[in-house]
Design a protein around this ligand. Structure first.
Ligand SMILES: Cc1cc2nc3c(=O)[nH]c(=O)nc-3n(C[C@H](O)[C@H](O)[C@H](O)COP(=O)(O)OP(=O)(O)OC[C@H]3O[C@@H](n4cnc5c(N)ncnc54)[C@H](O)[C@@H]3O)c2cc1C
Length: 289
């Protein structure tokens, strides 16, 4: 690994000042579970690392009538344990629990998972179907961006030099949400396909549908056309099959050692269908994950 400078700012203004001074030549380190591996492999050779772990402004989970705010430094472990997550957004506890190992989960952060901008990032699809917004901070102020616009390509996010992801905000939960992940190994494996589905049903009629796929396109993929065949209709087997097929047709997966493009597309159809079926068959207040 090439030598680098290491800074540990104690608060957000100090961190933003350092980021501005470094003007794109520094990387921030949250849990380090992606960053340090890339540095060791020589993919990244930053001049400096800015350790943000101690920034109080990026910590904490709060819930009120406006919804949920997850500080960017919320760890996966926090997500699996927090009572407020289990009560209002159980899909997040479930998705985090499917990731990595207990050791990694105690370091890895929500912000790192999103800012790393991997197409297979497990938290991206559930946070997107829950209508998440990125709260992005800079020396000149704060801007908010729907997560749907946050991902620009593999490893590329909407963050500009000098910006930090401060938090993710979610509106109050509407309907029920499920996240299904398929990977060759049961543990410690990234998704070959991920599918998050949210349905808001009213007397059997779908008022709102959200479907976001992971690991099958350069960015987490919202499939509006599949949502469109559900919204306003009773969700029966025919509509579920139609939506699942549209989702499979919409994705553009790659071939790699972990799965062929053909296989990934078939698995999108399977996971989308299973996700929809599980939501339709559940009782209204069931905790679906
Ligand atoms: C063994 C192993 C298993 C894994 N399994 C999974 C898995 O199943 N699913 C999955 O999705 N991922 C998995 N990962 C990847 C990784 O653990 C997660 O993506 C994790 O959430 C990254 O968080 P972090 O805090 O460690 O990020 P870091 O490594 O600290 O940062 C990642 C990137 O984001 C940037 N960054 C971090 N925080 C911010 C911020 N607040 N503002 C701006 N930029 C920021 C960093 O500069 C860096 O470029 C695995 C990793 C390992 C090593």
């Amino acid at each position: 690994m090439k030598p680098f400078d290491h800074y540990t700012p104690q608060n957000l203004p100090e961190a933003l000042e350092l980021l501005a001074q470094m003007n794109g030549r520094a990387y921030v380190n949250a849990g380090g579970t992606d960053l340090i591996l890339k540095m060791k492999a020589g993919f990244l050779q930053p001049e400096a690392i800015i350790n943000i772990k101690r920034l109080p402004e990026l910590q904490g989970i709060t819930y009120d009538e406006t919804g949920l705010t997850l500080g960017a430094l919320t760890t996966l472990w926090d997500l699996t344990r927090a009572a407020v997550i289990h009560e209002h957004y159980p899909v997040l506890a479930h998705a985090a629990g499917l990731m990595a190992s207990e050791q990694i989960r105690s370091f890895a952060t929500v912000g790192g998972n999103l800012c790393n901008a991997s197409p297979s990032a497990d938290l991206a699809p559930p946070l997107m179907v829950l209508e998440g917004t990125a709260v992005i901070t800079h020396q000149n102020g704060v801007r908010e961006l729907p997560l749907a616009d946050f991902f620009h390509g593999p490893g590329q996010s909407a963050l500009e030099p000098g910006e930090l992801l401060q938090a993710i905000h979610l509106p109050p939960p509407a309907g029920q949400t499920v996240y299904l992940k398929h990977s060759p190994r049961a543990y410690m494996d990234i998704a070959v396909v991920g599918a998050a589905v949210r349905l808001l049903l009213d007397d059997g009629v779908c008022r709102e549908a959200r479907i976001v796929l992971g690991a099958v396109a350069p960015v987490p993929l919202r499939v509006r056309a599949a949502e469109g065949v559900l919204e306003g209709y009773g969700v029966d087997d025919g509509r579920i099959a139609q939506a699942a097929q549209i989702a499979a047709d919409a994705c553009s997966p790659i071939d790699d050692v972990r799965g062929s493009a053909w296989y990934r597309q078939r698995m999108v159809e399977v996971l989308t269908r299973r996700g929809l079926e599980s939501l339709v068959s559940s009782k209204k207040s069931d905790t679906i994950v």
